[in-house]
Design a protein around this ligand. Structure first.
Ligand code: HEC
Length: 184
């Protein structure tokens, strides 16, 4: 076969592959349309994800409550997995006590490890109870986390927790982290 012939063949092959690729993308586009992929998410659906409560105090809902109120919720909605006293039932479910200074492997809990109360609020609001996430109201989250903080000796049982007072809570390990957010 002569040289120009080979080149012509190669060009035809390239053209054919491109046509096939175009056809595949086109047909998958059509398929996506017919099976309903790509529907824009609505504002109200988005609100279910827009629940970030960072340490700077933004993003908290209204509502309030004390550890006394929180105990009722904890016993009913949390104790099955975290035990009545928050000591946990398995692996990562211990919420109380622990020690970051221990010579052994440190036991990390909300009380010993987490540097901000906001993380507790944010996590519980989004992920707990694990068998029914996002089922607690704003006030119920304030109440139940007040109880978790009380079990850790961080607040007393009559402290009213709300979006303002949560900013005043000093977590025991608040200085245990290095802020590298400005470093890069
Ligand atoms: C069905 C079981 C279940 C229930 C009910 C439940 N949790 Fe949990 N929770 C878990 C599990 C499992 C983890 C560990 C998740 C992981 O490490 O990824 C966890 C983790 C946590 C943590 C983080 C602990 C840590 O140090 O990492 C907190 C805080 C918490 N739960 C609070 C609550 C509260 C408050 C309630 C009640 C409103 C609740 N949980 C109800 C199973 C449960």
């Amino acid at each position: 076969m002569s040289m120009p012939n080979i080149i012509e063949k190669r060009n035809k092959l390239v053209a054919l592959s491109l046509a096939i690729i175009a056809l595949i993308s086109f047909s998958s586009m059509m398929q996506a349309q017919t099976i309903g992929l790509g529907t824009p998410i609505s504002e109200s659906q988005l609100q279910g994800f827009d629940l970030i409560a960072p340490p700077n105090g933004s993003g908290y809902p209204d509502g309030s409550g004390t550890a006394v109120q929180g105990k009722v919720i904890f016993d009913r909605r949390c104790a099955a997995c975290h035990a009545m006293d928050g000591s946990g039932t398995s692996g990562n479910t211990r919420l109380v006590g622990g020690n970051m200074q221990s010579a052994e492997r440190p036991i990390r809990t909300v009380g010993s490890y987490w540097p901000h109360a906001s993380t507790l609020f944010d996590y519980v609001r989004r992920a707990m109870p694990a068998d029914a996430p996002k089922s607690l109201s704003g006030s119920e989250v304030y109440q139940v986390i007040a109880y978790v903080l009380f079990l850790n000796g961080i607040v007393d049982d009559s402290m009213v927790l709300n979006k303002d007072s949560i900013m005043d809570i000093d977590m025991p390990n608040k200085d245990g982290f290095i802020d590298s957010s400005q470093a890069l």
